[in-house]
Design a protein around this ligand. Structure first.
Ligand SMILES: NC(=O)C1=CN([C@@H]2O[C@H](COP(=O)(O)OP(=O)(O)OC[C@H]3O[C@@H](n4cnc5c(N)ncnc54)[C@H](O)[C@@H]3O)[C@@H](O)[C@H]2O)C=CC1
Ligand SMILES: CC(=O)C(=O)O
Ligand SMILES: [Mg+2]
Length: 370
């Protein structure tokens, strides 16, 4: 199969969809790989690294899109990239369609087959192509939150770990999945007072065991969230209903319950955000204030640590990329129901029910198109 890897063009997105090691594996199986010149630079991979692995180097994204039967990348296609996608082409990337009607309509209109990393499953209730980036974003959340708490950034001036005689920051993490657990680990490590909220009691039980009394768990409902807000310095939004738009868990009115200068880090912003006042920001301009509360809502947080993130993402995507290239997407999905769960769009039809529900678009069952 002809595989193409264009340079990411989302603001300050330095990751790349294929590592040289992934190219090596694909080429060894007889596939042709084309990488756009400079695509790996932000992650520390040169054109020479890709050429040494057997890729050909293309000058432009147009060349990559024109050649490739499958485009492998990181972030959802931006509007001008979507114009290059064509009927029959495979797109393998993060899509996050539920909060993004424009992208969804363009992908449907393209006639392409779009497979979303974030809805591929593992059969054990996990999302293996989302998890590595959730590990990264979760670890980053307390770091960026503590930066936003500094006075120069509009924060209340509370130090995460406190000092002897002065209390540490109170941190609430809403959603105790991969992001929430990673965020809890770092926040606890920084010395903060951490409460994790989730709707899954088994998950809370797991966290309770794992952290052995070093954090508090609480069932997530409106009463619990409202009760916590007056004491919280930092709230991390880390909920997910796979493929669906994130539920709004803190309203604008409820911001007044927080102390001025408190910080909201909405990691769930890529699924539309779980706070009413969240809107996506960029690494270049990551924070803004609403009613005295600092919001950090960067939708591609792992792009900030592109080297770590690219390698971690590549480790997870490679087996699926090789299966699709080797067998064709239909056979690969017929053989693997977890990969089939990644199918979001095919030949002008939406194939993911939660996206259809969020956007009011009819869907067909993915099984019916393979
Ligand atoms: N902004 C960014 O750069 C990144 C964003 N993400 C996003 O972070 C979000 C979380 O991802 P993961 O941790 O991997 O998902 P996950 O599926 O591992 O965990 C989500 C958790 O949310 C819980 N949950 C659902 N509804 C809830 C509610 N109302 N209250 C409390 N908990 C609730 C679930 O029970 C689950 O434990 C996703 O939207 C994901 O796309 C992930 C990586 C990077
Ligand atoms: C998951 C996601 O949106 C990201 O890594 O950017
Ligand atoms: Mg994102």
């Amino acid at each position: 199969m002809k595989i193409g890897c264009p340079t990411e063009i989302k603001a300050q997105e330095c990751r790349v969809g294929l590592t040289p090691n992934a190219v090596l594996e694909a080429v060894a199986r007889g596939h042709e790989v084309q990488v756009q010149s400079g695509a790996g630079i932000g992650a520390g991979f040169t054109d020479d690294d890709y050429a040494a692995a057997g890729a050909t180097i293309a000058g432009t994204a147009e060349e990559v899109f024109a050649q490739a039967e499958m485009i492998v990348k990181v972030k959802e296609l931006q509007a001008n990239e979507r114009k290059m996608l064509r009927e029959g082409q495979i797109l393998f990337a993060y899509l996050h369609l539920a909060p993004d009607p424009d992208q969804t309509h363009d992908l449907i209109a393209s006639g392409a087959t779009a497979i979303a990393y974030e809805t591929v499953t593992d059969g054990k209730g996990g999302l293996p192509l989302l998890a590595p980036m959730s590990e990264v974003a979760g670890r980053l959340a307390p770091q960026t939150g503590s930066w936003a708490l500094q006075k120069a950034n509009g924060g209340s001036g509370v130090l995460m770990g406190g000092v002897p005689g002065v209390r540490p920051a109170n941190v609430a993490i809403i959603g105790g999945g991969v992001v929430g657990t990673a965020a809890a680990r770092v926040a606890v490590g920084m010395g903060a007072n951490v409460t994790v909220l989730d709707r899954s009691v088994p998950r809370l039980s797991y966290l309770d065991d794992m952290f052995m009394g070093r954090l508090t768990t609480q069932y997530s409902d409106q009463g619990a969230i409202e009760g916590l807000l007056p004491r919280m310095d930092l709230v991390v939004g880390a909920v997910l209903i796979p493929g669906a738009a994130a539920p709004k868990l803190i309203s604008r009115d409820q911001l007044s319950l927080l102390k001025p200068g408190s910080v909201l880090v909405d990691v769930a912003i890529d699924q539309g955000g779980c706070f009413e006042t969240s809107k996506a920001t960029t690494h270049q301009d990551p924070i803004y204030e609403v009613d005295g509360i600092v919001h950090y809502c960067v939708a591609n947080m792992p792009g900030a640590v592109a080297r770590t993130s690219t390698i971690a993402l590549g480790n997870a995507t490679m087996p699926h990329m090789l299966a699709i290239a080797g067998k064709g997407w239909k056979q690969a999905m017929a053989d693997d129901a977890n990969l089939l769960n990644g199918l979001n769009v095919h030949a002008g039809q939406l194939t993911y029910a939660a996206v259809g529900e969020a956007l009011g678009i009819d869907t067909v069952k993915p099984q019916s198109v393979i």
